[in-house]
Design a binder for this molecule. Structure first.
Ligand SMILES: Nc1ncnc2c1ncn2[C@@H]1O[C@H](COP(=O)(O)OP(=O)(O)O)[C@@H](O)[C@H]1O
Ligand SMILES: [Mg+2]
Length: 376
């Protein structure tokens, strides 16, 4: 799995038994393979300005990278490739257009290259089947959240802070059809973009949220950000770099200059906007569904790289104001391991011939078996 941050590949080895709500998983290894800065720039460029030739080559180049990550994590688990049943590969999203006249989405990282290098059957390209069935192709993690985290008495929100922020809401004892999931807006994407621009590319993220912690939020700029059409959009909704990438960041910085904000204030406001967009989504779409008693029992489980930004987590905590915040680590899952784990679970369902999308989350007309299977 490599997310919209394009920071690198997270790979896991997981033993899966049973399927559906009774699934049992055991994580055997997790490996992060960072992208070098040249490759990261190439990916980010491809996302908004890629040429056909550039994307054609990058598809194969990323296939090699995913294969290397798979082999490395298998090695870390003290296993041999011949002991692995299958690889589930999400690929790298380079474009996501759920609202276009012809809705479409593009994940690259050629699965034939992965299968050829590893000799392992590879299931890839999960999003397109959901989209073909009328869905947005995202979010796809909710199925895994549902099997891993549904609790009989506690409502839970599984909040991912990747490049994009997304959540899965699980009412107590949720049936699959009761799951609500959507993108809340930016996760780290705006913070990363602002930090990269202000540091002239020397930094790619606000390490440990220190820069944001040294600034003050501009309420004026925050209010303007919250007018973004995506924040106001109804469900189902998903977003990407098209809406919160370079052009948004360029506008944000220009507006900040007009308001005479310091660099630290800009990073603080980008961080506060991220937290506020999430808290607002909770208040609008989720909290009204809970009784006072359920609110007391609410658990919010944070994951993704944004968990390592304490300023973002603090702002989130202050703005949400209800529930108990915890991390995936409290459930024995490294925060960066959950998304690759989710795609392993989805590949497992696909190989069993079972659907893996959650139609209430993606808007698909029906449950569909996801992905394309490349023999090993
Ligand atoms: N120590 C840290 N301090 C602040 N932010 C961090 C730190 N480590 C990672 N991050 C953030 O996490 C992001 C990567 O998160 P990840 O969950 O991999 O997102 P994605 O799924 O979009 O790739 C980085 O781009 C960065 O913004
Ligand atoms: Mg990542």
């Amino acid at each position: 799995m490599s997310g919209t941050s394009a920071d690198g590949i997270d790979a896991v080895v997981v033993r899966i038994s049973s399927r559906g709500p009774g699934v049992r998983t055991r994580l055997l290894a997790h490996h992060h393979q960072a992208f070098g800065s040249t490759l990261r720039k190439r990916i980010l460029h491809a996302c908004l300005h890629g040429t056909v030739a550039g994307i054609c080559e990058l598809n194969f180049l990323l296939g090699e990278q995913f294969a290397r990550a798979a082999l490395a994590v298998i090695h870390d688990a003290n296993l041999k490739p011949s002991q692995i049943t299958a690889i589930g590969s999400h690929g790298q999203t380079v474009h996501h257009l759920p609202k276009a006249e012809t809705p479409s989405t593009l994940q690259i990282g050629e699965p034939c290259v992965i299968a050829e290098r590893t000799g392992i059957m590879t299931v890839a390209d999960f999003r397109v089947r959901d989209m073909a069935a009328g869905g947005q192709g995202a979010p796809l993690v909710p199925y895994a959240d549902w099997v891993l985290f549904t609790h009989e008495r506690r409502p839970r929100i599984i909040q991912n802070l990747g490049g994009i922020g997304n959540l899965t809401f699980l009412p107590p004892g949720a049936e699959l059809a009761e799951v609500i999931a959507f993108d809340t807006g930016p996760g780290n994407m705006v913070i990363d973009g602002v930090v990269a621009a202000l540091s002239r590319g020397r930094k790619t993220y606000d390490q440990d949220g220190r820069w944001a912690a040294s600034g003050l939020t501009s309420d004026r700029l925050l209010r303007e950000c919250l007018h973004h059409p995506f924040i106001r959009r109804a469900l189902p909704k998903t977003t990407g770099r098209e809406e919160f990438g370079e052009p948004f960041v360029a506008w944000f910085i220009k507006r900040g200059r007009q308001l005479h904000l310091s660099h630290a204030d800009l990073v603080a406001t980008a961080t506060e906007f991220t937290a506020a967009s999430i808290a607002r989504a909770y208040r609008r779409f989720l909290l009204p569904r809970l009784t006072a008693r359920q609110l007391n029992r609410l658990q919010i489980i944070l994951g993704g790289g944004g968990v390592k930004n304490p300023t973002l987590v603090r702002m989130l905590f202050e703005r949400i104001g209800v529930g108990t915040l915890c991390a995936h680590e409290d459930f024995g899952i490294h925060s960066s391991a959950k998304e690759p784990l989710a795609f392993a679970i989805l590949a497992h369902e696909t190989l069993a011939g079972k659907p893996g999308n959650v139609p209430s989350a993606t808007g698909a007309r029906r449950p569909v078996v996801l992905g394309k299977i490349v023999p090993g």
